[in-house]
Design a binder for this molecule. Structure first.
Ligand SMILES: C[S@@+](CC[C@H](N)C(=O)[O-])C[C@H]1O[C@@H](n2cnc3c(N)ncnc32)[C@H](O)[C@@H]1O
Length: 257
């Protein structure tokens, strides 16, 4: 998906990403989601594609699972490395694009996860095909992929959908989204109220939108099997009309399939 902005709010304020997304408050629930993923797939190695500041990666790694957090944002990786440097977890952070994954990762992982709309950073269907081919290539035979697309329900035409508002002692972030045709827009307002004179910035990112049907078609084309859709990351609800998010799971053919 293409962003028209030169630099996204995430990229510019990577050092505030955890505040913007309420990472500390999200951690408990996200840990339960990671527990559900681990229970379902029992991975010994995980690639967290689009790791940002590393929360998801750290939750796998602290369970003793060899984890690589991958991101195309050096600023995010700097934050992630800073946070988890002294944990002793089996955790590495690596620069890379989904569309051009290093051959050194071939066949290395039991599980690839790409959560919280990370795949929306891919520009076109052709590039999404490339990204899925690469996820397929870095998986071991029989390995699985989990993709999470948030606010899927909000992809209704011309409807403004609140994403999240956070206030950290006067540093306020408000994000909401809208869909018009194939275009998906994310609006972000950053208000810094900590100084005498409040300062604010507005960001808008416009993307091409991928439907769940297109995602499933591309997953099949690159060779994934057993494609399923869920309404949440704990796999307790099948995807349906009422689901706010969509979680897609797919498996690479085992050698003896
Ligand atoms: C919305 S954040 C999600 C972060 C994290 N997965 C989470 O659950 O909080 C998306 C991250 O994916 C990264 N990203 C987006 N598109 C990418 C691509 N094509 N290749 C590598 N990283 C990408 C961004 O730099 C950003 O850090």
């Amino acid at each position: 998906m293409k962003s028209k902005s030169d630099i996204s709010v995430f990229e510019k304020y990577a050092h505030e990403y955890d505040l913007m997304t309420n990472a500390r408050q999200r951690e408990k629930n996200h840990d339960q989601e990671v527990a559900a993923i681990v229970k379902r797939y029992k991975p010994t190695s995980v690639l967290d594609a689009g790791c940002a500041t590393g929360l998801t990666s750290s939750l796998f790694a602290r369970r003793g699972i060899e984890t690589v957090g991958l991101d195309r944002s050096q600023r995010m990786l700097t934050e992630a490395r800073k946070k988890y440097k002294f944990t002793g977890y089996p955790l590495k952070f690596q620069f890379g694009h989904f569309e051009r994954l290093s051959k050194s990762l071939n066949g290395k992982f039991d599980l690839v996860v790409s959560l919280a709309n990370s795949i929306s950073g891919v520009h076109t269907l052709k590039e999404l095909f490339g990204a899925f081919s690469n996820f397929h290539r870095v998986l071991k035979p029989g390995g699985s992929l989990v993709i999470q697309v948030l606010n899927y329900k909000g992809w209704k035409e011309n409807e403004l959908m609140p994403i999240r508002a956070t206030d950290n002692d006067g540093l306020v972030y408000i994000r909401f989204s809208e869909r018009t045709g194939r275009q998906f827009h994310i609006y972000a307002i950053r208000l810094d109220n900590r100084e005498e004179e409040p300062k604010f910035e507005v960001f808008r990112h416009d993307f091409d939108n991928f439907s769940a049907t297109e995602i499933v078609r591309l997953l099949k084309e690159v060779g994934f099997r057993k494609i399923e859709k869920f309404g949440n990351l704990k796999f307790t609800e099948k995807f349906g009309q009422a689901s706010r998010d969509v979680v897609l799971t797919a498996t690479k053919k085992a050698e003896s399939f």
